[in-house]
Every structure is written in C-alpha cells, then in structure tokens.
Write a protein that binds this ligand. Structure first.
Ligand SMILES: CC[C@H](C)[C@H](NC(=O)C[C@H](O)[C@H](CC1CCCCC1)NC(=O)CCNC(=O)[C@H](Cc1ccccc1)NC(=O)N1CCC(N)CC1)C(=O)NCc1cnc(C)nc1N
Length: 331
C-alpha cells in the first residue's frame, strides 16, 4: 500500500529542517524524525540515551514494545557533514510512516548523541533515505525504510514536496499529479557512494543568461542550505550590493534590505527557479540587519549539495527502480 506523511518545518522563522511523524513498535510509539536523503541510518533517541543527553525529545523504548527484537552483536556510529554524530545498538520492530508499514525495520537506538542533537528538541532522530550502502550498522549493514518498503509499494518511488516555511509532504509509492505543473524531467543517478547524485546542466542568476555547465551534486533533504561551486556562488552574490563571503559568519552574508535575484538551475533541457525569498535564509541573529545566504560555496565541502533551499522550489521524485533516477518538476 502507498502512503503520505507531513514534512513539518521545525522552526517557523526559517527552514533549518523538516520532521515527519512515524510510529514504532507495539503499542505504537510516535516520534518526529528528520527524513534525510543524504544518509542511510534510521536512528532514534531512546531509553538507551543517557538522560543528560535528552532535552525534550520523544524517545523510543524497545522494552515497551512486544514486537521489538534486539539485533544481537550489532552496533552503529555515524558522523554527519556538520560534525554532529551519534552511536548505539540496533533493534528490529514495526515501523510505520503515513500508513506504510515495514514489520522488521532496523531501528538504531542511540546510546550517545552529540550536543547539537541534544540541543535540537524537535528532532527525535533521522530516517535515512539514501542508498543502503551508506548504512553504518556493523557487522551487517541494514536496509533503509524505503528499501524495505519498496516491494509493497505500487511503484518503487518516494517524492518530496518540501515548502518554504510551510508544511509539505513525503509520498511513498505514487506520484501525485496535483503537486506539480508541466512535466517531470528524469535524470540518471550515480549511486556510488550512496547519495542521490545527479548532474545539473547549468545555472542562471536572476533574469541573466543561462550558463551551461555540468554540476555534479547530491539531492539532500537533510541539508538546510544549498552548496555550489565557488564560481557559481561568486557570480550570484556579485549581483548583491554589500554581499561578502565572511569568515566570521562562515559564509556569504548580505544586508537584509538587499533585493536578491532568483537562482535558476538546469535539470536536463528543463530548469528550476529558486525564488529570491528562499535565498534570504535568515537574519544572523534576531533583529540583525545582517542576513545569511541560502546559497553558499561548496569549495570546503568536496561535494555540491542541493539542500532544502533548492528542493523546496521543486517537486522531486526519488525513483528507486533499477537503475534509479531522480525527477524534477516545477510546482
Ligand atoms: C554515513 C554518513 C552520512 C552519509 C553523512 N551524511 C551527511 O552528513 C549528510 C546528511 O544529509 C546530514 C544530515 C543532517 C545532520 C545533522 C542533523 C540534521 C540532518 N547533513 C549535513 O550534515 C549537512 C550539513 N548540516 C546542515 O545543513 C545542518 C542540518 C541541521 C538541521 C537541523 C538541526 C541541526 C542541523 N544545518 C545547519 O547546521 N544549519 C545551521 C546553520 C544555518 N546557517 C543553516 C542550518 C556523511 O556524509 N558523513 C560523512 C562526513 C563526515 N564528516 C564530515 C566532516 N563530512 C562528512 N560528509
């Protein structure tokens, strides 16, 4: 059967991340998890997480679930691009998202979480939607919820309809034609090492000329901003008076009063335009006249990342068929 679940921004002021309600175990325990196409571990705050590291998060207690089974001898440990991380042990249990149930999903219970997770009370864990090759469980890697659910879905796909400062949806097993306009353009996906990696065909700043280019990057719902090659972001921010790439603030900042151009990126013969408002990401601090850009340089990252700032401008199809492809449509 297919399913649909909400993608809820965790902060009404700016879209740092989106969480989705899930239920785990018997009787069902509800947690709000960050669905992340940039990783492949499903892990949760749990009764195994030290109380000193839990600050308001809901937790999963396997000892309260009649269907929970310890995956003996298995551990996990993950490190994310922003330096955050977590580690622990593994259970299997019933896992349901938007009506789609997997009966023996590997649920990784945290025994340690880094401070940035402790401090983010709205995120109760992550659901990795990358390729299962990225899963960190040792000695046997585990399958993602999507890989486990695929065979029960009408079609082996999930779609992301993230929205600017509003609730969006993740759909599983079907493509909702009412959520996009025009055609979906499908591109090949490079599955090594395990991200949804695709090649964009170029970019344009505002109403300027389109610059054909091959920009290899990952579609990552777990990354807040969008990180592109230096020459791309330099040409974008060069159009904004007072914009500077600040070591102090760790990226491009600009006067909040600036009028920003939109940013268009190519997807095959088609393109997606990110409205200027999405690129005016947030004031540095509440009330500051200095704003932080949603488009940043990837030069220190080693990979280009199409994060939420770009994804919420489109309807995105993550097609898990063989071979996998990624589809982009305007909305
Ligand atoms: C199996 C590992 C797995 C594949 C891992 N995948 C990733 O890191 C990508 C993945 O999508 C993760 C998923 C995040 C992790 C933190 C919690 C929310 C989800 N994305 C990132 O790390 C991208 C950078 N981080 C972000 O974009 C975080 C996301 C966040 C959201 C809410 C609260 C806290 C953090 N945003 C911020 O830090 N923000 C604060 C600053 C503000 N200006 C923007 C928003 C990886 O590549 N790790 C290898 C790795 C390790 N070490 C490093 C240094 N780099 C690495 N890439």
């Amino acid at each position: 059967e297919n399913g649909s679940a909400a993608a809820i921004p965790i902060d009404p002021r700016f879209d740092i991340a989106y969480v989705t309600p899930v239920t785990i175990g018997t009787p069902p325990q509800t947690l709000y998890l960050d669905f992340d196409t940039g990783s492949s571990d499903l892990w949760v705050f749990s009764s195994h997480t030290p109380e000193s590291q839990v600050r308001g998060q809901r937790i999963y207690s396997p000892e309260k679930s009649s269907t929970a089974k310890l995956l003996a001898g298995h551990t996990w440990s993950i490190l994310y691009g922003d330096g955050s991380g977590s580690l622990g042990n593994v259970y299997t249990d019933n896992f349901t998202v938007g009506g789609v149930t997997v009966t023996s999903q590997a649920v990784q219970t945290a025994q340690q979480v880094s401070y940035s997770f402790t401090s983010q009370s709205e995120i109760h864990g992550l659901v990795g939607l990358g390729f299962s090759t990225l899963n960190t469980v040792f000695p046997n890697g585990q399958l993602t919820f999507f890989d486990n659910a695929k065979s029960t879905l009408d079609s082996p796909v999930f779609t992301a309809d993230l929205k600017w400062k509003k609730e969006g949806t993740y759909d599983f097993g079907f493509i909702d034609e009412t959520k996009y306009t025009g055609e979906i353009t499908y591109l090949p996906v490079q599955t090594d090492p395990g991200y949804w990696t695709f090649t964009s065909s170029g970019y344009a700043v505002g109403d300027g000329a389109f610059h054909p280019a091959s920009i290899v990057g990952i579609a990552d719902t777990g990354t807040s901003l969008t990180y592109l090659p230096a020459e791309v972001v330099t040409s974008y921010w060069g159009q904004v008076d007072g914009a500077v790439d600040s070591d102090y603030y760790g990226g491009y900042v600009f006067p909040c009063s600036s009028k920003l151009p939109s940013f268009t990126f190519g997807v095959g013969p088609a393109n997606i335009t990110i409205p200027a408002s999405y690129i005016n990401y947030a004031q540095i601090t509440e009330g500051s006249p200095v704003c932080f850009g949603g488009l940043q340089s990837s030069s220190w990252l080693g990979v280009n990342i199409w994060g939420d700032v770009a994804l919420k401008a489109a309807f995105v199809v993550f097609n898990g068929a063989n071979p996998p492809t990624i589809g982009w449509a305007k909305k």
